[in-house]
Design a protein around this ligand. Structure first.
Ligand code: HSE
Length: 398
């Protein structure tokens, strides 16, 4: 079977490497070789072992009936959407690692795939190499999913781990993450939680069977966290993690992306460095967790190639994927309840007037107080916290 890769960056070149390295095993699993025929990229790659495959026009792939499997690793919604749509309409199945494309156009592309009796799948779009999409679409279909919480961004988990272990400041750890190639030059999508937001939107769309509008998910990143927050976390015997959460409320889900303070009993407490993990609770299964390399060239490429094997085994046969275009009306996340850790410049008496059973945390810092509230709704917390004039930061407890 002939394969085309659109986008020869880190992941695309990883896919070519996996196809080369595991050539024989893949041929055995599929029943015939998976042969790379085209690589679409505007750049030149002189001396690359696959230089002969390079093309600059996506129509070259569209018009070649020999190619039945296409990998999209370009990133971004356009032109990826136009190219993927054209591939599906030409009767080719597509796998992508592009969460922006899947979060935005997932339902539409699945519907187009169905119309043309092919498949559009995206294991690598969430959790990199961790099988989580297939778990939700195939393995846990006997359950109603009640709760999901994921550490789904490797860059920020690396940064938070470093801040916790070494007591460094956010700016320093960001520079180091950039030097190591984890964080991008413009780190906004990772550090402001937008990447995690798209990923939990995809997971929620899958379990709900409807399109989640990721713009409606309240999203906070890690850029306001400081070394002092981690001192308080240590005193509380907790770890700060950026979680993407989705909780079943009535017949829908309430989602949020934000930093949380986790204690040791939390399933995700021990997930460190660039690793990802997704915790899923089903109403019959109970708790389960999926852990592994959530980013990086070969782990992500491994998930893309596993998708290629699936596509090759299901050639010219649409395999149902329950994700309709109708928008899922998300539950009001202001009604969710948490305990909140708060740092403020207000006095304890001001705090006590608003938060009756505040528990103070003393780490010997002048000119501020730190406290943990009782359990309260987000709406209640918002209405009380605006009455404090000196709030420095707050973090929910999980
Ligand atoms: N920037 C993402 C991360 C890449 O750090 O997890 C994988 O989606």
């Amino acid at each position: 079977m002939k394969v085309a890769i659109m986008g020869y960056g880190t992941i695309g070149s990883g896919v070519a490497e996996v196809l080369d390295t595991n050539k024989e095993a893949l041929a055995e699993r599929v029943g015939e070789p998976l042969e790379l025929k085209y690589i679409l990229d505007l750049r030149d790659f002189p001396g690359d072992p696959h230089e002969d495959c390079l093309v600059k026009e996506y129509q070259t792939i569209v018009n070649d009936d020999e190619v039945s499997l296409v990998v999209e690793t370009m990133g971004g919604v356009e032109p990826a959407f136009t190219f993927v749509k054209a591939m599906l309409e030409a009767g080719k199945s597509v796998t992508t690692s592009n969460k922006a494309l899947v979060a935005d156009k997932g339902a539409e592309l699945i519907a187009i795939a169905q119309q043309h009796n092919v498949n559009f799948i995206f294991e690598a779009a969430v959790g990199g190499g961790i099988p989580i999409i297939r778990v939700l679409r195939a393995c846990l279909t006997g359950d109603v999913i009640e709760d999901m919480a994921g550490i789904v961004n490797g860059t920020t988990n690396y940064m938070l781990t470093k801040m916790e272990k070494e007591g460094c400041e956010y700016e320093d750890v960001l520079k180091e993450a950039q030097a190591k190639g984890y964080a991008e030059k413009d780190p906004t999508a990772d550090v402001e939680g937008y990447d995690a937001c798209r990923k939990i939107a995809i997971l929620t769309s899958l379990v709900a069977g409807k399109q989640v509008n990721y713009e409606k998910i309240p999203t906070e990143g890690i850029s306001k966290l400081t070394a002092v927050d981690f001192k308080y976390a240590k005193k509380l015997n907790r770890s700060i993690k950026l979680l993407a959460t989705s909780k079943r409320v009535d017949d829908t889900y309430a989602c949020r992306v934000a930093p949380y303070l986790l204690d040791e009993s939390h399933t995700l407490f021990h997930v460190q460095d660039v690793f990802n993990a997704v915790y899923v609770r089903g109403n019959m299964l109970g708790d389960s967790m999926y852990y592994g390399a959530g980013a990086g060239k070969l782990p992500t490429a491994s998930a893309v190639v596993a998708d290629l094997v699936f596509l090759a085994r299901n050639s010219k046969k649409y395999v149902p994927l329950e994700w309709k275009s109708a928008e899922l009306e998300l539950a009001d996340s202001d009604k969710l309840e948490y305990r909140y850790f708060v740092r403020t410049k207000d006095s304890k008496s001001d705090v006590d007037k608003l938060f009756a059973s505040a528990e103070y945390i003393d780490i010997d810092i002048d000119n501020e107080v730190g406290f943990v509230t009782a359990m309260m709704t987000e709406a209640d917390f918002k209405s009380k916290s605006v009455m404090l004039n000196g709030i420095i930061n707050y973090i929910r407890l999980a």
